[in-house]
Design a protein around this ligand. Structure first.
Ligand SMILES: [Zn+2]
Length: 343
């Protein structure tokens, strides 16, 4: 499995990109000086004029400084002429960037992440999805599994399921736009509901769709997260680390509450969610627990974070697995196994 870059590794990677470009710029300049005597003299003269202009500035002789800088500008102009004469591109002697938006720093002047940084994380993290996850896609969303009888509020489970499906297809589009550099506010959803009401199925549809779009995200179940917490402490993990879970722009955490819990684990999970919210990362968490159970199981801080920053999505209805099983049995009755299985 590919390993996602840690922040330190990412910084080192950008530093290397910048150093490579600086080395290349120096090589181009040296080469031109070596071949064109006039250009070599020009460079020598220019650095002399710069030094004199700086001295004039220190001495407070602004008029003289301006004069000297005008001479520098003249040499700069001659430099562009030399490049033209040599049939070289106008930016031949400039410092080049792999990403001109952030000048190979990963962050823009306003502190926001550059698209090239997201791309770097994406390339390193797409494979993280293979950590686990059932193969479900939005087109498999079988609405006929949900009852179309209106509930007390007048809306049927089927209508609600359809709305959820549409909402999270839109969520995927928003997140893809965010990854492409769009300034979209992060969204956090908390899936509540009894086991078998379709939470994991929907999470998995989202994960598959984003995996196809090759945007960075991590999908992990709470029991796997606990394994990761301990492996991370022992330093025995080669793949995803807690640091990466804190930094990945979207985390889909499935089945919160099914992990074997301890005070240490619940603190770690609370810390993870709090840090992600602080850094405006996107989150989808699903849980079989209701808010009261969450309050009993986790530190109060987690319950307040979930209440304040997450939009609740309620999954209702009977256990879909029973319905699917029943449908399969009915299907078998209509098509006896000896006709369909070929055995
Ligand atoms: Zn960039």
């Amino acid at each position: 499995m590919m390993t996602m870059k840690t922040d330190y590794e990412t910084q080192q990677q950008y530093l290397k990109i910048r150093e490579d470009h600086e080395r290349e710029q120096k090589r181009r300049t040296d080469e031109l000086r070596e071949h064109i005597k006039e250009y070599d003299d020009l460079c020598f003269k220019r650095s002399e004029l710069y030094a004199q202009a700086m001295k004039a500035g220190f001495d407070g002789n602004i008029e003289h400084k301006t004069e000297l800088l005008e001479q520098v500008a003249g040499l700069d102009f001659r430099e562009t002429e030399i490049l033209r004469e040599q049939k070289l591109p106008a930016d031949w002697l400039s410092l080049h960037y792999s990403c001109s938006k952030c000048r190979d720093r990963g962050y823009l002047p306003d502190g926001s992440r550059c698209v090239c940084l997201d791309k770097m994380i994406r390339e390193a993290s797409v494979a993280n999805y293979t950590m686990q996850g059932p193969e479900s896609v939005f087109s498999d969303y079988d609405l006929s599994l949900f009852s179309d009888t209106p509930a007390k509020n007048g809306i049927s489970h089927r209508d609600r399921a359809k709305k959820r499906c549409d909402l999270f297809e839109k969520f995927c589009t928003s997140y893809e736009q965010y990854c492409a550099g769009g300034s979209i506010k992060c969204e956090n959803y908390l899936f509540f509901g009894k086991p078998g009401t379709g939470k994991t199925f929907l999470s998995s549809c989202i994960a598959n769709r984003l995996s196809e779009a090759e945007v960075p995200f991590i999908y992990i179940s709470a029991p796997k997260l606990v394994e990761l917490i301990f492996e991370d402490i022992r330093g025995s993990r080669e793949g995803t680390s807690m640091k990466q879970l804190k930094e990945i722009p979207l985390l889909i955490l499935d089945d919160l509450g099914t992990e074997s819990s301890s005070e240490f684990v619940t603190k770690q999970i609370t810390e993870l969610i709090s840090e992600r919210l602080q850094h405006d990362c996107w989150n989808i968490i699903s849980s079989n627990l209701n808010m009261n159970d969450i309050r009993k199981t986790y530190p109060e801080r987690l319950a307040s974070r979930l209440t304040e920053s997450f939009i609740p999505v309620i999954f209702e209805g009977p256990d879909l697995r029973t319905i699917i099983h029943r449908k399969k049995l009915e299907g078998t009755k209509q098509h006896p196994p000896d006709q369909t299985s070929g055995k």
